[in-house]
Write a new protein. Structure first.
Length: 257
């Protein structure tokens, strides 16, 4: 009995010393290296600077789009004609060569397109504002889109290079499916297909945020520094997410009422 008691006492002493050692290790452990957590070391410095330019250009485009929406709400000018004019500006943007001498012209075309895009979605926003609590729906959609865009952009930036490029086939197939659903629903008029189109489209364009971000990085590494077209790609992703999120929130509010 005494031998067994002695053995248990020895084990207890060893456990206490192990616990004390672990506590000391935890207390003296180094703090989290946040610079390593948020490191983008897999992105070359000149590419990172290119991304900064792209996001500044994107911010300017979003400001122009907001101005365009406000202009529609004041003057009621949005419609099919502004949509067609926006397409014409996109064609001109691709026609003008991406050279330094034409940079100001191309920036003007880009922001003019963003303004007209804002005007074109103005009627949709105007209808949502007519709903009870519509301003809250618009604000929620805008904040939600910004958070989604920021989170998935960061995911693409901090992930290993080219890790999301495999999504191209899946996203292209999904986009084709969306087009076919829209075409079929012209004749069927199904609310179920509308819901499928909204939610599927939301997922697809969230995927495009990650894909386009990494594709822009790879293009910049390869020497393609056309920040204007790169900002355009991200702008279209942002707008498509916003429009679908706004429609989903408005639809849910109507169903509750």
């Amino acid at each position: 009995i005494n031998a067994e008691y002695g053995t248990r006492s020895q084990k207890k002493t060893e456990n206490n010393s192990t616990y004390s050692k672990n506590s000391m290790d935890f207390a003296t452990r180094k703090s989290v290296n946040w610079s390593a957590v948020f490191s983008t070391s897999n992105i070359p410095a000149h590419v990172f600077q290119h991304l900064v330019t792209v996001y500044w250009t994107l911010s300017l485009m979003l400001a122009c789009a907001a101005l365009g929406t406000f202009t529609h709400l004041m003057l009621n000018i949005g419609g099919i004609m502004t949509f067609i004019a926006g397409l014409a500006l996109i064609i001109c943007l691709f026609v003008v060569p991406p050279v330094e001498e034409k940079k100001i012209v191309r920036l003007g075309l880009l922001n003019a397109f963003a303004f007209l895009e804002g005007v074109s979605i103005g009627p949709m926003i105007g209808k949502v504002l007519e709903i009870d609590g519509g301003s809250g729906i618009v604000a929620t959609a805008l904040v939600g889109t910004s958070v989604i865009f920021a989170c998935f952009s960061a995911s693409a930036l901090f992930a290993a290079r080219r890790s999301y490029l495999y999504l191209y086939g899946l996203l292209s197939s999904g986009l084709s499916t969306l087009l076919w659903i829209g075409f079929v629903n012209i004749f069927v008029r199904s609310s179920l297909l509308v819901d499928v189109s909204l939610y599927l489209g939301l997922l697809i364009f969230i995927g495009y945020v990650m894909f386009d971000t990494q594709l822009i990085i790879e293009k910049a590494i390869a020497g393609n520094n056309d920040f204007i077209l790169h900002a355009l790609e991200l702008f279209l992703d942002f707008v498509n997410i916003f429009v679908r999120l706004l429609a989903i929130l408005a639809k849910n509010r109507k169903s509750k009422d």
